[in-house]
Design a protein around this ligand. Structure first.
Ligand code: GLA
Length: 738
């Protein structure tokens, strides 16, 4: 395992637990992609580098250099001298010319993994025994005409099958360079027959739906130009074999550790080659690099699985738990919370909150979260963002008094902020209209009656940080929900000169990261939950700061099945904010059993989002039982391996997933019958991830009898789920090795 350079074959071999990635250097010093797949361990694979199109090779034939560049599998394609496929790097020089050509010069193999300045990034965990070390390969290339140095980075961890890609660009010349496009990674491979593309698409209340489509000639993919990773498209693509499913088939996945504009694209060329690229979206992007300056692009996680999507998911989950999430809550039980948003919306005061807190405590809930509406004059979403001053009309005696009262009731206290925003109707805007992102002479586009703060301005960062931190310093607050409720428009900054206007989108994201970094440094024990109008900024970048993210404003248990399935394709269940809410559901009007709502929310961080003082007595009585389930299973769900058994999206009938502890001693199966069918037999499902030779005791939650069956039988023979009468009904089955 690790990274080696084979001099004889001019080949870099990067090996992970089960995969290998090989990079070759040609005689002309082009850096080319040789192989990515199952471990090969044979440097003679260098012969796979597509220089066999000999007549085109520039050293023997300058006449057809263009044809060579357009077919060669580049590790990092550049724009302007002959490769017409999607490029990763486009540079304009100080005279306005665009064009670049990179030549291999050197390499370094480093222990561990360098930090990325100002950016979230995977890392080698120093403290944990369960996580191993790592290595990084740096391939150094130059364009001597531009005076440009490009470092291509490949990092691996001893305990992971992922390969982390990154790029750093440095101006070694004497004049400014303008980076018009710096993508982070490219995978140039062969487009095998029948490949498909998998993406996650959605909308507000409908995030991360899995979609597969045939890979066709030309460019296809997903992107965001919204200033955040977005509800609509997710910074992830996978190319996979048509027959690939949960357990079989080859899959190549790329996931972007970034929270702003992105491009994720696959392209099938005239020669049936496949190019996958990922990085910051070039639209609206230019970064000025003065002599001596460097630009570091956010990193991309690449995962290859030869055993379908299930293995891919587990590689991502383990990587994020082991090497990305830093919060002390990563391996800790999260408090069961109750959030007042769907309970009261803006219509609350201390009394109402205290009544909720008291009743919540009785039922075993551990934390009250006060959502939007506690500051300024905010009785609706029309005003006051930016005025982070407690509204004492609602919270009589102030925030500290309320927090102390809630603490006295025996609950922790959590609070909502939307720090990146400014309402036109706010004292802050009246004082500092120039602090909003804006284009000179144009009236800014409102969304939810708010503008976005210009986080490229240092004084705005300081104001925002101090507003949040002052509140946290003055009261005993355990949790913050950091929200972001609109996407960016009018992306201009009166703080920056004309050369730097193309940097605002990226500077905004760097501003968010800088703020959250300060927050987690000053308040290391804080439980931070990110949120963006539900799950519009659910991405690996934000996970570096917060161990959990609100998955979606859609809290309906049935809608959540698809949202959580798509989210869990990449993210560990421990990261998915999930709550039991009231019915009819506020998003879709559906009525589902309280038990089902609980079982579905258990596959996440678990909490409540309802007025506990107003729900029916029968439902309230179910809460202590649900919380007991949470306490019983939270560790298994947080730390275990996730297996998808069936998808309602595909079968239109039922959904089923399973979590298995790492030592395979325990497992939890969740089965949800979405729509009942008439006149059917019991349903057979096949479990996964168990120890074939071990026996397991099966106990159905709420059921009386238990059964003992072997892992092999459960996985090969299956398990019968008795026919269920009715829609939206769920079962939890707990398995323990005997
Ligand atoms: C967003 C969040 C909700 C809630 C509201 C408050 O929509 O996703 O959970 O906090 O904002 O305005």
């Amino acid at each position: 395992m690790g990274i080696v350079f084979c001099q004889e074959h001019n080949l870099f071999q990067i090996t992970t637990l089960t995969t290998e990635y090989c990079i070759g250097i040609t005689d002309e010093r082009y850096v080319g992609h040789v192989y990515y797949g199952k471990r090969l361990e044979d440097a003679r694979c260098a012969c796979l580098l597509r220089t066999e199109e000999r007549p085109f090779v520039p050293s023997t034939n300058q006449r057809d250099k263009g044809a060579f560049l357009d077919v060669f599998p580049h590790e990092y394609p550049v724009w302007g001298v002959g490769d017409y496929r999607e490029s990763c790097l486009m540079v304009r020089d100080s005279q306005g010319y665009r064009g670049c050509e990179l030549c291999y010069e050197d390499y370094r193999i480093l222990p561990g993994k360098p930090k990325l300045p100002g950016l979230p990034a995977t890392f080698v965990r120093e403290d944990a025994e369960q996580a191993g070390g790592g290595q990084t390969l740096e391939i150094i290339c130059r364009d001597r005409i531009l005076g440009l140095k490009v470092i291509l980075r490949y990092s691996v961890f001893d305990d992971s099958d992922a390969i982390i890609r990154g790029v750093e660009v440095e101006n070694e010349g004497t004049r400014p360079l303008y980076l018009e496009k710096v993508l982070s990674a490219c995978l140039d491979m062969d487009a095998e027959e029948g490949y498909e593309l998998l993406t996650l698409n959605g909308s507000w209340l409908r995030e991360r739906r899995i979609e597969r489509s045939p890979l066709s000639y030309g460019k296809q993919g997903v992107s965001s130009g919204r200033g955040e990773s977005s509800h609509q498209e997710h910074p992830f693509i996978a190319v996979l074999e048509k027959q690939a499913g949960q357990d079989q088939g080859q899959v190549y996945g790329m996931h972007f550790v970034y929270s702003g504009n992105f491009l994720a694209q696959a392209e099938k060329s005239q020669y049936d080659s496949l190019r996958m690229v990922m990085g910051i979206h070039p639209e609206g992007f230019t970064w000025v690099l003065h002599p001596g300056e460097r630009f570091t692009a956010p990193e991309v996680v690449c995962v290859y699985s030869d055993q379908g999507l299930g293995k891919m998911s587990r590689i991502f989950h383990d990587l994020y738990r082991g090497h990305l999430i830093r919060s002390p809550y990563l391996h800790q039980k999260r408090p069961v919370l109750i959030n007042n948003w769907e309970a009261t919306y803006f219509d609350f005061d201390s009394e109402k909150l205290l009544a909720i807190a008291r009743e919540a405590k009785k039922q075993g809930i551990e934390m009250l979260v006060m959502d939007d509406g506690w500051f300024g004059r905010r009785d609706s979403d029309n005003c006051s963002l930016g005025d982070w001053v407690v509204n004492e009309r609602k919270l009589k005696g102030g925030l500290k008094q309320l927090v102390d009262q809630v603490r006295k009731e025996g609950l922790l206290f959590g609070i909502w902020f939307e720090p990146e925003m400014i309402s036109p109707d706010s004292d802050l805007y009246r004082k500092h209209p120039e602090w909003a992102l804006q284009l000179p002479g144009r009236k800014g586009t409102l969304s939810r009656e708010q503008y976005v703060l210009d986080l490229s301005r240092p004084e705005v960062l300081d104001y925002v940080y101090e507003s949040v931190a002052a509140i946290l310093r003055n009261a005993d607050i355990a949790y913050v929900k950091w929200d972001m409720n609109r996407q960016l428009t009018d992306v201009g900054s009166s703080y920056l000169d004309s050369d730097h206007q193309g940097e605002v989108f990226h500077r905004y994201v760097l501003g968010v990261y800088a703020l959250q970094e300060r927050l987690v440094q000053e308040f290391p024990k804080l439980l931070l939950e990110n949120c963006s109008g539900g799950g519009a900024r659910f991405d690996p970048g934000m996970l570096y700061y917060s161990p959990q993210i609100w998955c979606s404003d859609d809290t309906d248990a049935i809608e959540r099945l698809a949202i959580q399935e798509g989210t869990a394709l990449l993210y560990p269940l421990s990261t998915m904010g999930a709550h039991v809410s009231d019915c009819p559901n506020h998003g879709v009007g559906r009525i589902t059993p309280f038990a089902t709502r609980g079982h579905v929310a258990l596959a996440g961080t678990f909490g409540y989002e309802l007025d506990i003082t107003k729900i029916s007595e029968e439902e309230r009585k179910e809460i202590p039982g649900q919380i007991a389930l949470y306490h019983k299973y939270q560790m298994l769900i947080r730390e275990g391996d996730y297996y998808r058994i069936a998808s309602w999206r595909e079968n239109h009938c039922y959904d089923c997933w399973q979590v298995v502890s790492k030592d395979k001693k325990e497992s939890l199966l969740t089965y949800v019958q979405v729509l009942a069918q008439p006149n059917v037999r019991s349903r057979k499902i096949y479990l996964k991830g168990l120890e074939p030779g071990a026996d397991y005791r099966l106990e159905m939650e709420g059921g009386e009898e238990s059964q003992i069956l072997s892992g092999r039988l459960l996985m090969q023979g299956g398990l019968l789920i008795q026919r269920i009468h009715g829609d939206f009904i769920s079962r939890l089955i707990h398995l323990t090795q005997v």
